[in-house]
Design a binder for this molecule. Structure first.
Ligand code: NDP
Length: 234
C-alpha cells in the first residue's frame, strides 16, 4: 500500500536519496526544501523554510489536504555553520539551532495530530554522530543534533501507545555537498572510520527505509548510527 511520506531537505544529498528510496517503493512523496526542487516523481515539491513554523505548518497542511494523513516524516533538513565556539557569532549559533532543531520539532509537531488520529506513523530525525564523537568547530551543530535525541525520546514516549515510532538516524561522514569542502581533511577523517571509507547517501536511505517499515514497528526512541563504525561505543 502506498504511504504518504514527507521528506524535508529533499532537494539534494541524503534527503533526495531518501525521497528516491520511498518513490522506488511506490510511495507518495512530498518533498520540502528552501529551493523547492526535488527528485523526479515526487507528488509535490514545496518551497519551505523549516526554521519557520508558519512555513512548515502551511506545507504540511497542503500535503495532508492533497494526499491524506502522513504515514512517514523524515525530518532531514540541516545546515552547518562551523567555527570555533569562542569566535562563534550569535547568528551562526541561532541559524544552525533554528534549522536543525527547531525545524525538526516544527515538522514533527505539524504531522503529529494526523498520525495520532490514524493511530500509526513513523517519525525519523536526521541526527549525526557529531554530538557523540565531539567535533571541534561544531558546537552549534552538535548541540542541535544532540537536542534531536531528547526530542525523539520524549516524543517517542508521548505517542508510543498510538503505534507511532520516533527514532534518530545518526550518519557519520557521508558524501554530499555538506561534506564536499572538507578537502584534504577528508583523508584524515577516512582513516578514523573502521570501514575505511566515507558513506554514501544510499547507506542512509536504506536505514531510514527500514525504520519506516513494518519490520521496525517495535523500534522506538532509538539512535541508529550509520557511520562505518566511526562512533561505535560512544
Ligand atoms: P546537503 O547540504 O546536501 O542538503 C541539505 C538539505 O537541507 C537540502 O535539501 C537543503 O535544501 C535543505 N535545507 C537546508 N536548510 C533548510 C531550511 N531552512 N528549510 C528547508 N530545507 C532546508 O546536506 P546532507 O544531505 O549532507 O545532509 C542532510 C542531513 O543529514 C542534515 O540534517 C545533516 O545535518 C545530516 N548529516 C549529514 C552528514 C554528512 O556527512 N553529509 C553527516 C551527519 C548528518 P535547499 O538548499 O534547497 O533548501
Amino acid at each position: 500500500m502506498s504511504r504518504h511520506v514527507i521528506v524535508t531537505g529533499a532537494s539534494r544529498g541524503i534527503g533526495a536519496a531518501v525521497a528516491e528510496y520511498f518513490l522506488a517503493a511506490g510511495d507518495t512523496v512530498v518533498a520540502l526544501s528552501r529551493s523547492g526542487s526535488a527528485p523526479a516523481g515526487c507528488a509535490a515539491a514545496l518551497s519551505v523554510d523549516v526554521s519557520s513554523s508558519e512555513s512548515v505548518n502551511a506545507a504540511v497542511k497542503a500535503a495532508i489536504a492533497a494526499h491524506g494523513p502522513v504515514d512517514v516524516l523524515v525530518a532531514n533538513a540541516g545546515i552547518t555553520r562551523d567555527g570555533l565556539a569562542m569566535r562563534m557569532g550569535d547568528d551562526q549559533w541561532r541559524e544552525v539551532l533554528a534549522t536543525n532543531l527547531d525545524g525538526a520539532f516544527y515538522s514533527a509537531r505539524a504531522v503529529l495530530s494526523s498520525m495520532v488520529r490514524a493511530r500509526a506513523g513513523r517519525i525519523i530525525f536526521m541526527g549525526s554522530v557529531s554530538p557523540f564523537y565531539g567535533v571541534p568547530g561544531q558546537a552549534n551543530y552538535a548541540a542541535a543534533k544532540a537536542g534531536l535525541v531528547g526530542l525523539a525520546r520524549s516524543l517517542a514516549r508521548e505517542v508510543a501507545s498510538r503505534a507511532i515510532t520516533v527514532n534518530v538516524v545518526a550518519p557519520g561522514f557521508i558524501d554530499t555537498e555538506m561534506t564536499a569542502d572538507l578537502g584534504s581533511a577528508s583523508g584524515d577523517l577516512t582513516s578514523l572510520i573502521p570501514m575505511g571509507h566515507i558513506g554514501s547517501v544510499a547507506d542512509i536511505a536504506g536505514v531510514v527505509g527500514f525504520l519506516a517499515s513494518n519490520s521496525a514497528a517495535y523500534v522506538t526512541g532509538q539512535v541508529l548510527a550509520v557511520d562505518g563504525g566511526l562512533a561505535m561505543g560512544l
